[in-house]
Ligand binder design. Sequence first.
Ligand code: C2E
Ligand code: MG
Ligand code: MG
Ligand code: MG
Length: 293
Amino acid sequence: RAKEAGKAQFARYSAELQETARQRLDLHNALAQALARKEFELHYQPICRIDGERPVVTAVEALLRWRQDGQPVSPLQFIPALEESGEIIPVGEWVLREACRQTRCWQLAGQSSLSCSVNLSSRQLLQPGFASQLSGILRETGLDASSLVLEITESLLMQDGADTLACLRELSSLGVRLALDDFGTGYSSLGYLKRFPLHLLKVDRSFIGGAPHDPELRAICRAIIGLGRSLGLEVVAEGVEHPEHVDFLLNEDCRYAQGFWFSRPQPPQVLERLFNGEGYFEGHGCLLGETGP
Ligand code: C2E
Ligand code: MG
Ligand code: MG
Ligand code: MG
């Protein structure tokens, strides 16, 4: 009896495994064609300077979107798949070019000091010739290097090879700025902050959410903001969803914030309505202008 049950369970288990493997293969196949089929899009989320009378949009973060058969798939699902297959290299190049083109376009239309943040995968950054690819894109699109921020994660710095350091120095010498994304969630070896040429720290949203009420999260946020400031880095808080988060951040002298309170990531046409002063986002309101983080 037990043996029979065991067999049945095994059969069920291996059917599930096969199903998972098949789904993975389908995902990879679909992604391999997605670029050619123009299924990718960029949405943009405002980053606001918060220490004035009203929040002011100084930058946007470009976030990749993909619809598989019309259905949106989360980047948390498809980006790891792109990284695994190596497709992140052509897709990442498309993201960079499109984000630079769009930002330059907005600058020419009046948002002259707008800058743009683009997320980079380690595989993309460590590919040979990445810096010259990037300077080609800047030249083609006419975007000044100082208007571009590249967001990297602690896992890249963790690899800690001489290549990583050399590569980041080369990028930095082009004049682009480097942001450490999701700070505090990785291994957070503070040595990174000294060793690598970073310009901005983005405090992960898992700290901000509970910070106003949780004394420990509050202490962590305060420490990260203070650390950034004393190292001369600009600090951006992610995941700002409530006005009390804004009050808390202002109290801690954090000048830049990003999150649903200001705006969700939006397609470019929707952001343009904000740029053109047609109403506020989700009722909360941002203004444009000023030079940003
Ligand atoms: P990230 O770079 O940390 O981007 C911020 C993520 O937080 C975005 O998720 C955004 O929608 C979400 N977010 C922003 N404000 C709030 C808020 O107030 N509350 C909450 N709960 N979430 C908020 P998204 O778009 O799903 O992207 C997830 C991750 O995928 C990004 O995290 C980034 O690591 C990666 N990613 C997105 N686009 C690209 C890309 O073009 N290239 C690469 N390599 N990675 C990308
Ligand atoms: Mg990011
Ligand atoms: Mg982030
Ligand atoms: Mg994050």
